[in-house]
Design a protein around this ligand. Sequence first.
Ligand code: ACO
Length: 315
Amino acid sequence: MTAGSKLLAVGHYQPARVLTNEDLTKIVDTSDEWIRDRVGIVTRRIADSETVADMASAAAGKALAASGLAAADIDLIAVATCTSVDRCPNVAARVANRLGVSAPAAYDINTACSGFEYALATVDHAIRAGAARHTLVIGAEKLTEFADWTDRSTCVLFGDGAGAAVVTPTAPGEEPGIGPVVWGSAPDKGDVLTIEGWRPYVKQNGQVVFRWAISALPELAERACAAAGIEAKDLAAFIPHQANLRIIEPLARKLGVPDAAVAKDIVESGNTSAASVPLALSKMVERREIPSGAPVLLFGFGGGLTYAGQVIRCP
Ligand code: ACO
């Protein structure tokens, strides 16, 4: 048993191919102006032959290298994804095999775009309960494989990628590096965002999701701060799910985070679902935009409709 856990290091991976808004105008009836204006996306990365497991392994390998731990130290791997095609083995087992982690607890979680925060919470709980020690938590998605490339209202939104964190116990007497999670869902709205049937495509009632995000999330994000014993105004960074710049900006305004660095990776990466928060976090850490140890609110939301968020200390 331990009093808490913390993010020791992070890493990310994005495929090399860049798809611009201009490229999309050759596929569907859209424009650079509409996409920038309504969503804020300028480019997104597209995985061709790479799988969810490939991207998850690449991001996790970087996080592991940055942590100074060895593969043999890892005893649990949790992967958040809603776009893994294969049912079995799960992505976590594939990552373990690639990285040479010999016998970890290995599981996938699917809560769509809030998946990384859900996975982070389960891992924090496992560490606190003494069921795990050194762990890998990964968000990885290949949403473009589930995009309907004839539907301009959805296909312009998505990108592929992965982000990962090494999460370990805090030292005796050290403050917890991961605050209590605020998590939940709105199952009565489950039908407004689906990837269902066979063969599944992403479909959504964007306006209902948009209104829910703007109206319900500010208070939930504030609760995650309160659960960690801090005020939103004291956050060093706010990293919400990267679904739409027109959601991110009002959310930050309503929450009241005047001095925080607000993640806007949507602009260059599109919506990468469960990968979007760890991807943005890892890039911000790499660019040294957040001081080590500073409080950061992670907040995911999406299909289900689900949400989860917690305040972490920046690695
Ligand atoms: N290019 C040009 N025109 C378009 C495009 C496009 N790519 N897409 C839609 N339009 C048109 C529509 O046909 C419509 O035209 P009409 O008025 O002639 O009928 C008009 O633009 C407005 O369409 P809306 O769907 O009303 O556009 P809106 O302003 O709502 O923006 C968007 C759509 C960006 C999807 C927005 O609703 C949104 O961001 N919603 C939230 C999405 C979200 O947060 N999802 C959760 C996470 S995703 C996940 O979990 C996988």
